[in-house]
Design a protein around this ligand. Sequence first.
Ligand SMILES: [Zn+2]
Length: 390
Amino acid sequence: MLAIRAARLFDGDGADPVERPVVLVEGGRIAAVLPGAEPPSGAEFVDLGDATMLPGLVDSHLHLAFDASADPVGSLAARDDDEVLATMRSAARLALSAGITTVRDLGDRGYLALKLRDELAGDPAAGPQILAAGPPITTVRGHCWFLGGGTPPGEIRAAVREHASRGVDVIKLMATGGEMTEGTASHVAQFDVADLRAAVDEAHRHGLPVTAHAHGRDGIANAVAAGVDMIEHGTFMTADGAATEPALLESIAAAGIPIGATVAHTPVPGAPPPPRVAMMIPLLIAVFRNVRAAGIPLICSTDAGIGPMSPHDSLPRGPAQLSGLLGIPPVEALRAVTSLPARACGLGDTKGRVAPGYDADLLAVAGDPLTDPAALTTVSAVFRAGVRVR
Ligand SMILES: [Zn+2]
């Protein structure tokens, strides 16, 4: 039995911190959370001092195979699978050392993230728990086609079945184009509703959740009509801007579909965002304010790997950015990187909370992120399945 004490605890949900908690860990899981108690005699005791304990963070959208360089696509194409696996291992370690104890890989090449997932399953201290989508399902020459080809109209069920037979944890559909793929555009829809619906139906028959990459209004509307479980990005981008549509927000809220805002990033000194992105920022702030006001669960994730501002340890910066830009309370921003993404990833019973029965994936930081979410980057300890890794 391990007993961990800190000055306070955010349990992944409650707005009031638990004062001077002792968290008991046994067999990799949390056995008890005892406010203001002394550690039981006989337990190994770790006193973290003036730190705040919280659940290990959950990044519901990243790409371990992209190397966060200025040209992640070219760099991936230039490396063979063993080389890519090696950088994926270090990306996973980097995430874990920042307190990100669960990651969902939403697009790899050749199912390499599943390989790494299975490798790390036997050695939890070597990386976060990985959920993996394999190569994203996209149209012929559609967004990210270079990760594993494209699916012609009418063949999407077979693509989902292939992914299921490989053992993926989630199906990732590209419902619009994207910024990094030449010949596609973020505001333009990919696949029609019938194809997307067939994919969702097939995925659900295999017990797999579906999340859809969707920027533009049409792709978002198609994904909602098809019954996806989550939307990635959800920026409502148009050809030259971004703007929400109230009726569509209402139907997303009514369906309870969370939107994963891939907004957590690590600023690169001396490298301001490209003009198109800079122009877009105030518009996107308005979009996510409207998303939140509509009652849609807003999750904070990274899309880590896709560029220099997105190294794989970016997520802890997200809550301060979300809270600062959208003016939301810190506790809500903290839920957006813990309990909310855990639930959206189907891990609501094991991850994202510090409570009895949950995995002992824990982060401790100096200061109090409930008053200042920027404190999330001042890591003082990380535990994965009860093992201290930092
Ligand atoms: Zn992505």
